[in-house]
Write a protein that binds this ligand. Structure first.
Ligand SMILES: *Cc1c(COP(=O)(O)O)cnc(C)c1O
Length: 434
């Protein structure tokens, strides 16, 4: 299990999350079911915000909502005083409908449509992160038509390689995101955006990747960015007010990942704050307002998914498959990039785990696997399985593939539970069909 104190095994040998026995959750809501531990989410938000305050002072934690987006999460995050990142009109719409303070929203994306940019201005989104010349051009004329000067950042590629899976690595020179410092592209786009009358260039943004444990990677990114702030100061006589360093802090999924408790996540913020304080002093750069954008680490370990075991298939001497009532339609991450997960038999927590199972989804794809080679007790049909660390990039990546229903999301805290997202119905599936 992970390093959460709201997750435990009770006297019945059942998994308990947020003080609620999984058997009760199964009975009340059925499976498959996403369960989110609200106290964990609140803890992470508070640890990040407080550490940023005490270690650096001037800044904002902006929840990267693509990790898990629904009305309730925006309400929770907003009520704790954080900002949020959105990357599409749909995320922006959801945040607005949740009553989010839009001045604390930051709009990202490598190809925002014109309609999305207009929507951002209509809703007074605080910051828009520019990721193309044509986008700067487009946004400038939209801002002009609104008679506004829009605060913007530019996405920069600092050339830091963080050790993580290839597909979730974003700051190499050949990335589809950002402008590279190394080849001079970054300086050119800065000059260009500075000529735009209806854009106010507040600073720069970078995001070096995801699921990163190495604090050094973030320190390196800080130094590269401040080196560049100095270059801009010296060559263009322009000083930035804001530095946005993105997110990417790693979480525990399986053996081999560090188990970090909520308070220990403050170490990432400390490293960044200390490196930044030193870097601006050494290079005589104005102290920027610091924005950090954790997504996965705020909601990832807060989530577990509950499934019911269906058919079990033994291929003698080769593999045991346990098929579940969910699959890649609620969690596509194994199919996408062989993501690893830990699975347990949630009502048999004290039984010896001496059989190896591959947990297969119910979709018509051989790659529809949730986890391979899991050590579990002997499974029977109708056993309840729990998959850990499914709070990030699961519900938000879910689909109706094979016309399966996207499972509901339930929040648990202090022994009670409630729907954050209610179940889909078959009616929902044909709602837009003509
Ligand atoms: C995805 C993303 C994040 C969040 O990354 P996590 O690994 O979920 O913390 C932050 N900023 C940007 C720009 C992103 O694209």
């Amino acid at each position: 299990m992970n390093a959460r104190n709201t997750l435990k095994v009770n006297e019945l040998g059942h998994l308990e999350i947020g003080g609620v026995d999984v058997t009760a959750l199964k009975k009340e809501y059925g499976t498959p079911l996403y369960v989110m531990d609200k106290a964990y989410i609140e803890d992470m938000c508070n640890v990040y915000s407080k550490t940023l305050q005490t270690e650096y002072g001037n800044g904002l934690i902006s929840y990267a909502s693509k990790a898990f987006s629904c009305l309730e999460i925006y309400r929770i995050v907003n009520s704790l005083g954080l900002g949020a990142d959105v990357v599409s009109g749909g995320e922006l719409y959801t945040a607005v409908k949740a009553g989010f303070d839009t001045s604390k929203l930051c709009f990202h994306g490598n190809n925002k449509t014109e309609a999305e940019l207009i929507m951002a201005l209509e809703n007074n989104v605080g910051t828009i992160v520019i990721d193309a010349y044509s986008e700067a051009e487009k946004l400038n004329s939209i801002a002009k038509s609104f008679n506004k000067v829009q605060d913007v950042l530019i996405r920069i590629n600092p050339g830091v390689e963080a050790h993580t899976h290839h597909f979730i690595q974003t700051a190499k020179i050949d990335s589809k995101f950002g402008f590279s410092i190394e080849n001079g592209d970054a300086l050119e786009i800065v000059k260009y955006v500075l000529t735009k009358e209806n854009l106010k260039l507040k600073g720069l943004h970078c995001h070096i990747g995801s699921q990163i444990f190495e604090k050094k990677s973030f320190a390196l990114a800080v130094d590269k960015m401040i080196d560049f702030y100095k270059i801009v100061k010296d060559t263009l006589n322009y000083e930035f007010d804001v530095l946005n360093l993105g997110g990417g802090f790693g979480i525990w999924y399986s053996d081999g990942d560090a188990k970090i408790n909520t308070s220990q996540y403050s170490e990432y913020i400390k490293t960044i704050a200390q490196t930044l304080n030193k870097s601006i002093k050494d290079k005589k750069v104005k102290k920027p307002y610091l924005i950090l954008e954790p997504g996965r680490s705020i909601v990832g370990e807060a989530g577990i998914t509950l499934y019911t075991v269906g058919n079990i298939k033994e291929i003698k001497g080769v593999k045991n498959y346990a098929a579940i009532d969910g699959g890649m339609f609620d969690n596509p991450r194994f199919a996408l990039y062989q993501a690893k997960y830990t699975v347990c038999a949630a009502e048999k927590m004290n039984e010896p785990t001496n059989i190896t199972y591959t947990i297969a989804g119910k979709c018509c794809e051989s790659g529809d696997i949730i986890a391979e080679d899991c050590k579990l007790p002997t499974l029977n049909e109708n056993d309840l399985l729990a998959v850990f660390s499914t709070g990030a990039y699961n519900y938000s990546m879910a689909s109706n593939y094979n016309r399966n229903l996207i499972p509901p999301v339930v929040m648990v805290k202090d022994g009670s539970s409630y729907y954050a997202v209610k179940p889909q119905t078959y009616e929902d599936l044909i709602r837009n069909d003509i």
